[in-house]
Ligand binder design. Structure first.
Ligand code: NAD
Length: 496
């Protein structure tokens, strides 16, 4: 493939240097609003990936022994640099990912909260003590880093998700190898530069780019002890299996189909606005999007108003004034979303609002799909069984709360769910009976504080999971005998 020299190239970050890859294989990065090529990203060569992981290994000893207060100071400076540069980070996200500038700032802000949290490392890494477990004997635990850790990130949150990964890993004393999404690497590179400016020593963070070969390299390299993955089920299941077979810790946070249950006693105005915001914000490309609504009883009559609100959203390029819904990441994503909408129609659902032919003046080549609402959906339909990951709300109906609960519990996905009601007993019953890790009452779900293993429906608070994931526990038992209690004979029996 021949490239114009004016197209900027994405660098690798190896041993504290931003270096041009020697790879012969490059991928184009497009602006999703225009499909123009805006940059190129390399598929890093084996030598480059080896250099990156070696750099992590070599810097591990000194970084893990750097005092916790010195590590904390770097992250205190880092959070300030991110705050000072939030607009620039947001611009790079909108250019590569397509989301609106306001939403891109939210993306950075949610990641920033994790960085702020790392600054509490002096309390987060505390161990436990139990004095006098027997005479003159105390036991205590240390939380220690585990070594070289790696992160593999998706395209939909170019700031927040990398910031879920390396700050927590590194503040614990690990070194880090990151592979951002090959579709949106620019924001990660800016974040790496800011971390370096905050004082992070060379070699502690290394960044490689690529697709399957880079992922396989991470799953297989013996120096890497743990992998954090966020992305689709297909990739997550593969990485979980391959990484754990190689003896690594792996956390795989995967796809979603989040249900919002609307009871007829809910506050109609607020509920409809929340549903529309959570279904169509970020063009539905959020793991916590409320992509499925279950209207219970009389709430079924709210559909026309739901459609009116969704219709009123403005579809445009992410950097345009007043935009609500930006483009999808790629033409392939647009085609996939459109075909899932069509599958609903073909299987007998009713298309109340069809965003497939939306026209955006001045951006005719962009990957736009307008807000779409499909009703009369049944659990067997493909538009219900698959994650759509676009601005599409599928609507099911239920006679009662119990019917709604069984619908949700029969769906294999379970990132989160929401119930809209003004009745406390209804909300309580839902939160206790629903088999989903994160439940929101009278509000859309957000990724501010929680982050889940979607496949198992279990819920893990991200931040404490971060500390647990990125540390290992060493237990020390010490017996400092007073001089007058010197042992006179060996103790060969277990004490009783
Ligand atoms: P993706 O799985 O296509 O890509 C994620 C990463 O895996 C990328 O770095 C990519 O290079 C790599 N990858 C892609 N396909 C692979 C394969 N077959 N084998 C090995 N590696 C592969 O995901 P995406 O499209 O970038 O992101 C969207 C998905 O991420 C959605 O399913 C969304 O629900 C999910 N997501 C989940 C969470 C969560 O916390 N559970 C958060 C955000 C996004």
């Amino acid at each position: 493939m021949c490239y114009s020299s004016s197209v900027p190239t994405t660098k690798l970050f190896i041993n504290g240097k931003f270096v041009e890859s020697k790879s012969s294989e490059w991928l184009d990065i497009h602006n999703p609003a225009t499909n123009e090529v805006i940059a190129r990203v390399p598929k890093a060569t084996q030598e480059e990936m080896l250099a990156a992981v070696d750099s992590c290994s070599q810097s591990y000893h000194s970084w893990s022994e750097t005092s916790i207060l010195a590590r904390q100071q770097i992250f205190l400076r880092y959070q300030q640099l991110i705050k000072d540069n939030i607009k620039e980070l947001a611009r790079s996200i909108t250019l590569e990912q397509g989301k609106t500038l306001a939403d891109a700032e939210g993306d950075v802000f949610r990641g920033l909260q994790v960085v702020e949290h790392t600054c509490s490392i002096t309390s987060l890494m505390l161990g436990e003590t139990l004095p006098s477990i027997t005479k003159d004997m105390d036991t205590y635990t240390y939380r220690l880093p585990i070594g070289v850790c790696a992160g593999i990130a998706p395209f939909n949150f170019p700031a927040m998700i990398p910031l879920w990964m390396f700050p927590m890993g590194m503040v614990c004393g690990n070194t880090y190898l990151l592979k951002p999404s090959e579709r949106v690497p620019a924001c990660t590179m800016l974040l790496a530069k800011m971390l370096q400016d905050a004082g992070m020593p060379d070699g502690t963070l290394n960044i490689i780019h690529g697709q399957h070969d880079a992922v396989n390299f991470i799953c297989d390299h013996p120096a890497i002890k743990a992998i954090s993955f966020v992305g689709s089920n297909q990739a997550g299941e593969y990485i979980y299996e391959r990484g754990s077979k190689n003896g690594k810790r792996v956390q795989s946070n995967m796809g979603a189909k989040n249900h919002g249950v609307v009871m007829p006693d809910a506050n109609k105005e607020t509920t409809l606005n929340q549903l529309v915001g959570a279904a169509f914000g970020a063009a539905g490309q959020r793991c916590m999007a409320l992509s499925t609504a279950i209207l219970v009883g009389e709430a079924r009559s709210w559909l026309p108003e739901l459609v009116d609100r969704a219709k009123a959203l403005r579809v445009n390029a992410g950097d345009q004034a007043g935009v609500d819904v930006g483009p999808l990441i790629s033409p392939q994503a647009k085609e996939r979303v459109n075909s899932l909408i069509q599958s609903g129609v073909d299987e007998g659902a009713q298309l109340l609002l069809d965003g497939r032919n939306v026209k955006v003046q001045g951006y005719e080549n962009g990957n736009f799909v307008g807000p779409t609402i499909i009703c009369n959906v049944t659990p067997q339909m493909k538009c219900y069984t698959e994650e759509i990951f676009g601005p599409v709300l599928v609507v099911l109906e239920a006679e009662s709360l119990d019917d709604a609960i069984s619908l949700v519990n029969n769906n294999p996905y379970g990132n989160g769910t929401a119930i809209f009601t003004t009745n406390g007993a209804t909300a309580r019953k839902y939160t206790h009976k629903v088999d989903v890790g994160q439940v929101s009452v009278c509000g859309p779900m957000c990724v501010r504080t929680l982050h889940l293993y979607s496949k198992t429906c279990t819920q893990q608070p991200l931040f404490s999971m971060g500390i647990q994931f990125y540390t290992q526990i060493k237990t020390v038992t010490s017996q400092w005998k007073a001089e007058d209690s010197t042992m006179k004979t060996p103790a060969v029996s277990m004490p009783t």
